[in-house]
Design a protein around this ligand. Sequence first.
Ligand code: SF4
Length: 245
Amino acid sequence: MTAAPPIERPVPAALTPESLAQAVATPSVIAQSERLKLTEIFLSVQGESSTVGWPTVFVRLTGCPLRCSYCDTAYAFHGGQWHEIPDIVATVKAFGVRHVCVTGGEPLAQKRCIVLLKALCDAGLEVSLETAGALDISEVDARVMRVVDLKTPDSKEQQRNRLENIALLTARDQVKFVVCSRSDYEWAKTMVSEHRLSDRCEVLFSPSYAQVAPRELAEWIIEDRLPVRFQLQLHKQLWGEEQGR
Ligand code: SF4
């Protein structure tokens, strides 16, 4: 078998003050005072959701009000740097790919995330948002694909689920459960049934990394004929827990 060619990175893989300064300015009506605190911007492949596998720019916003037991992005809780929204859009566009994912931390914890999402859509990009589901999603631009978590009991943040968000989900969106145990699975199964989630949007079940064997979760789903989509975090298969991947 011939080895696949290496991925070419047309611009630096990480956002730096230098790369932002060099970014081509994008004409925008957004006021220069519209800023967001960012932990990183990088190019990778989308590891989850219905856009899995696409080359995607990830915009990781700083800060999160939750503390999930399995969190793998605690480095985004603090720190970060302020950047103007037009500069962020220009940096994303400079990577030269169609897909962009706004993530965190919890991106909606910064109110101007709503402005960024609209600006990225206006720039002609395919935009997705990864959110913990604890904050209101109603203001998110309708062009954005929203991937909304429902936190399970073993996440230790179940009480933060904003169940009002469920009524806002459309066929364009996805709801995601990260399953940490068999009891989490049973809870998630009940939520799918009680809220008729599969009638509303695609439902994703992921095994919590190193807590539930992927094969075990897949077999539970098959046994129950559950109308959900099993997924593995592709980026972790490729790069483990390496940051910026
Ligand atoms: S919501 Fe996401 S970023 Fe926040 S603690 Fe949970 S897993 Fe980590």
